[in-house]
Design a binder for this molecule. Structure first.
Ligand code: GLU
Length: 370
């Protein structure tokens, strides 16, 4: 096994139920055994566990769960079952676990984000295994992450993890749908998530692998930018955790970006939701993406949505591609006035002094390459 690291392991419902309708205890105990092995080898382990809704459905012996309200109710019933099961399985090895239920709202505000981060690190320092899920029972559409692939990427960023393992029912990302294409080939390494890969993964899961391949790509894209290696592998394979870490498993690895990014930028990747967009000219886009520049008013062509000073806004090309996001130094009415102006004209246009950077490069993260 390689050097000690912090590993986030995302276990999807299909892995935990072994493709059935209920949590599969033999499967879960096998995964616990493997996690304990990693712990004993000195790695820190964080689990992001789905399965609350499936467990709730099983307890109530029902087929319901299509509406948000029904899913919330099932998750409230099932989450207790789920954590109880994890707790009793890890207790066999004398390892304590902790439940952490998060929503997007917990990550959005920097202070709440830092509180969640400190708690997570506290648990690790006490050799507790955090078992994280979305707080589905209260997560309304506005505040939820929505899927545990993206949630696990945020958790990996929060914990400053080295690796994120997305365990699913496929070996990884294939060149074609492996279920009906014998020639489909496993893509073993991805440097960058691009449109070609997104098209391959499809929206609905009809194209490739499981239904979740597109959310896995979103998760991998965010996490690799934050300096986390992301590996998709098949949860039912023998000794999969150990084999992923020793690079001997069939899998797809999304290689972490080289340039490390600081804590504030990591939060910008995972935390706040943007409410506005600024459309920029090609010169500004090129300078931001390739030369690490700040956004100046001159490069802004149009302003969309409502936002306050200090809110997160997206930077988009004229073709609508989101290339970055960052904290804006002006609210939207002020930016409407300032757009296209040279920095030296800003004070006259706005009626007050304003820094020449509309979005400073220290408060900005790149989301796509041009
Ligand atoms: N949080 C959901 C559950 O525990 C699962 C969401 C997902 O699998 O993406 O049932």
């Amino acid at each position: 096994m390689e050097q000690k690291s912090t590993v986030v392991i995302k276990l999807g419902t299909s892995v935990l139920t072994a493709g059935t309708k209920r949590l599969n205890k033999p499967r879960m105990i096998e995964l616990v055994r493997q996690c304990v092995e990693l712990k004993r080898a000195g790695h820190q382990v964080i689990i992001v566990s789905s399965g609350a809704v499936a467990a709730g459905r099983d307890v109530l012996n029902t087929e319901i769960g299509h509406s948000l309200a029904e899913k919330q109710m099932l998750a409230a019933v099932g989450q207790g079952q789920l954590i109880h099961l994890w707790q009793s399985l890890f207790a066999i090895y004398d390892l304590p676990v902790a439940q952490m239920l998060l929503t997007r709202a917990d990550l959005e505000h920097r202070e709440r984000y830092l509180t969640a981060r400190d708690m997570l690190l506290q648990l690790l320092s006490h050799e507790v295994i955090p078992i994280i899920n979305e707080n589905d029972a209260v997560a309304t559409t506005e505040i939820k992450v929505g899927d545990n692939d993206n949630l696990s990427a945020y958790v990996a960023i929060l914990a400053n993890a080295d690796k994120l393992l997305l365990l699913t029912d496929q070996h990884g990302l294939f060149t074609q749908d492996p279920r009906n294409n014998p020639n489909a080939q496993l893509i073993d390494k991805v440097e960058r998530v691009n449109d070609e890969l997104r098209a391959l993964a499809g929206d609905s899961g009809t194209a490739l692998g499981t239904g979740g391949m597109s959310t896995k790509l979103q998760a991998a894209d965010i996490a690799q930018r934050a300096g986390v290696d992301v590996i998709i592998a098949k949860g039912s394979e023998d000794n999969i955790l150990n084999r992923v870490l020793s690079h001997t498993a069939k899998s797809t690895t999304f290689v972490r970006f080289e340039a490390p990014i600081g804590g504030r930028k990591r939060w910008l990747l995972s935390g706040p939701k943007s409410t506005g967009r600024v459309v920029c000219d090609d010169g500004a886009i090129e300078a931001i993406c390739n030369r690490g520049a700040s956004l100046l008013a001159k490069g802004v062509i149009a302003v969309e949505g409502r936002f306050q000073r200090g809110d997160l806004v997206q930077i988009v090309t004229q073709a609508g591609l989101i290339i970055a996001q960052g904290l804006c130094n002006l609210d939207d009415p002020a930016l409407q006035l300032a757009k296209g102006c040279h920095s030296r004209e800003l004070e006259d246009v706005l009626g007050y002094a304003c820094s020449s950077e509309i979005i400073h490069r220290d408060n900005l993260v790149i989301l796509a390459s041009v």
